[in-house]
Design a protein around this ligand. Structure first.
Ligand SMILES: Nc1ncnc2c1ncn2[C@@H]1O[C@H](COP(=O)(O)OP(=O)(O)O)[C@@H](O)[C@H]1O
Ligand SMILES: [Mg+2]
Length: 304
């Protein structure tokens, strides 16, 4: 027979579990969106940056992770020189808060730097510490946007598979379309369960944007049985390059441009799509801690 003390312990445990479950429902996880493309130079960094700032202008808390190991360039686009990156955090030389940059545009930035490739080689102790630190970001941000590298190397694929959503950027060039299709195929083969989005960049006009996007969507549906949602297109505009020269985001220096309007529409759709899914309880964001945990587990197995 159970003693009174045992029963009390049981009741206390049940109450504790209930409280914990209620609390975990209250902590909102950050939605992790990886921006990717098969081919380099399609506009990943440009779009990741401008979408992040637009979301921030609309009241969302956004952190942008610069994870392109080859050509990290969010800092160059903004004319900032990060002193520290994820590497310094892994080494325990800096805390996560010390490497995060707050930009006047309203977004925070995590410079990935050489730390991104180091994530695969952490000791158990480092892993634990790094994950605890990164986990504190969940709930603080609505979105983490990741500017990934190009291509479908295992490394890039790990980033995509670990994310809640993947936003594929393609231009109307046939080579870019084929490479983007390669990414989607890779995700399909790896049974990616998140939202899959498409943006067609550098289109001549809205007609071309709609045509290219619709064609791509249908091909993915027919051959991969995958539902890719079209978020929109961005026109090819010299102002986009001009803004980069001035080391500013184009939505801020050229607020009246067509490309800015395009980015606003894309960001609005991104919020709508992800919220609709949440409301329908289909895909809840798994958060920043889970993202890094998954990412590190993928890269570890590849390294072995
Ligand atoms: N919509 C656009 N109109 C004009 N130029 C663009 C547009 N999008 C990107 N670019 C230009 O294309 C180049 C590559 O963009 P970037 O964002 O660095 O690509 P990625 O990160 O995919 O390598 C940059 O010089 C940028 O100014
Ligand atoms: Mg880039």
């Amino acid at each position: 027979m159970k003693s009174q003390a045992d029963r009390l312990r049981e009741i206390a445990l049940t109450v504790k579990q209930q409280i914990e479950s209620e609390m975990s429902k209250m902590v909102k996880n950050t939605r992790v969106v990886a921006v990717s493309s098969g081919k380099g130079g399609t506009g990943k960094s440009t779009l990741a940056l401008n979408i992040s700032i637009t979301l921030a202008l609309h009241g969302k808390n956004v952190i942008l992770l610069d994870a392109d190991m080859g050509l990290a360039n969010i800092d160059i686009m903004l004319g900032i020189v990060p002193q520290y990156n994820i590497y310094h955090m892994i080494q325990g030389k800096k805390t996560l808060r010390e490497i995060i940059l707050s930009h006047p545009s309203g977004i925070d930035i995590i410079p990935g730097g050489s730390g991104i490739s180091e994530l695969a080689n952490l000791s158990k102790e480092q892993l634990k510490r790094v994950l605890i630190e990164l986990g504190t970001l969940d709930g603080e941000y609505d979105f983490m946007i990741i500017d990934t590298g190009a291509g479908i190397s295992d490394n890039v694929m790990s980033f995509l598979l670990a994310s809640d959503d993947v936003l594929v950027v393609a231009t109307p060039e046939p080579t870019s379309i084929t490479d983007a299709y390669g990414i989607v195929k890779g995700l399909s083969q790896n049974r990616f369960k998140g939202n899959l989005f498409l943006v067609v960049n550098r289109v001549a006009d809205s007609r071309e944007g709609v045509l290219v996007a619709e064609k791509f969507r249908l091909v993915c549906q027919k051959f991969l049985n995958l539902d890719i949602k079209v978020l929109g297109y961005v026109t090819n505009e010299p102002m986009v390059q001009e803004a980069i020269k001035r080391q500013k985001s184009f939505i801020q220096v050229f607020p009246q441009s067509v490309a800015t309007r395009n980015i606003y529409e894309i960001s609005e759709k991104l919020v709508l799509q992800t919220c609709e899914r949440e409301a329908g309880k289909e895909i809840k964001p798994k958060g920043i801690k889970n993202f890094f945990k998954k990412l590190m587990s993928f890269t570890k197995t590849q390294g072995e």
